[in-house]
Design a protein around this ligand. Structure first.
Ligand SMILES: Nc1ncnc2c1ncn2[C@@H]1O[C@H](COP(=O)(O)OP(=O)(O)O)[C@@H](O)[C@H]1O
Ligand SMILES: [Mg+2]
Length: 260
């Protein structure tokens, strides 16, 4: 499945036979996938099929959930991220996350972005100014806030601007991978369009793994698509192949809108 997709060095995430349980409820069943570096991969499938669970397992966000456990292997850059040696802080810097509902901190636009680099790396004023400006530019928010981002409260931004701010905040800590869980589902069409354009622009420099229940969005933004159903990875390949010539009937039924 993957040999046609990538050579070894292009693989950034590798999951092997991952089962995941919330108590007795099995949310992932034998998921095996290799995700390609510096591309956009979309995870699609009906509600409850395990997309968010899989996404959260990539930066160990599930660790916090009582009763959650998994078996199988998840490697990032060839390292087992569930190893006892894994530094969680470092993992979460490397694998950033953007949520469905924009969740800026209740402070200024500037401070939202400057806080983490100041704490983690001890940067001073001048470096932070540069980091904040660069992050805002990369997140396509700079032009809209450049006059007052040091004073402006983040919660005074529109929903779409808040989501781009959350992306800027993630970019400021130099991640390698950005996980996005339905990042546009709380946004209007114009804001959605801007986030989609941004996602496309960021690929090339970052690996983006995006959960979406909107198949058209997957078609617009991703080079690869993974279709999940009932906890299983049913089919994975180039987005074109998944949508144009799915190998499995189940995939075809879903992408043609016959269920889900
Ligand atoms: N925090 C949780 N505690 C218990 N069960 C959960 C939790 N999150 C998700 N689940 C269950 O795991 C399964 C997969 O959910 P999820 O990964 O959220 O699917 P999706 O994102 O595809 O909608 C569902 O049966 C859901 O009810
Ligand atoms: Mg979900």
């Amino acid at each position: 499945m993957v040999s046609e997709i990538a050579s070894r060095e292009n693989i950034v995430v590798e999951a092997k036979d991952v089962d995941f349980y919330y108590g007795k409820n099995q949310a992932l069943k034998g998921v095996t996938i290799q995700i390609i570096r510096n591309k956009v991969t979309c995870l699609i499938g009906p509600s409850g099929c395990g997309k968010s669970t899989f996404l959260r397992s990539l930066n160990r966000m599930n660790d916090r959930i009582a009763g959650a456990r998994h078996t199988g292997l998840i490697e990032i850059d060839g390292e087992n991220i569930y190893s006892r040696k894994t530094d969680l802080m470092q993992l979460r810097r490397k694998v950033g996350m953007v949520f469905q509902k924009p969740n800026p901190f209740p402070t200024t636009v500037y401070e939202n972005i400057a806080m983490a680099p100041r704490i983690h790396y001890g940067f001073g004023e001048r470096e932070l100014n540069e980091i904040v400006e660069t992050a805002l530019q990369k997140a396509a928010l700079w032009d809209e806030v450049k006059d007052d981002y040091k004073r402006k409260h983040a919660l005074a931004l529109s929903g779409g601007q808040q989501q781009r701010l959350c992306i800027a905040r993630t970019l400021a800590i130099n991640p390698e991978i950005i996980l996005m869980d339905e990042p546009c589902s709380a946004l209007d069409p114009i804001s959605t369009y801007k986030i989609e354009e941004l996602i496309k622009e960021l690929s090339g420099d970052y690996t983006l793994i995006v959960v979406t229940h909107n198949m058209h969005q997957a078609g617009r933004i991703s080079s690869h698509t993974a279709f999940f159903n009932l906890g299983e990875l049913v089919e994975y390949g180039t987005t074109e192949s998944i949508f144009q010539r799915p190998a499995k009937r189940e995939t075809e039924d879903y992408v043609s809108g016959r269920f889900g």
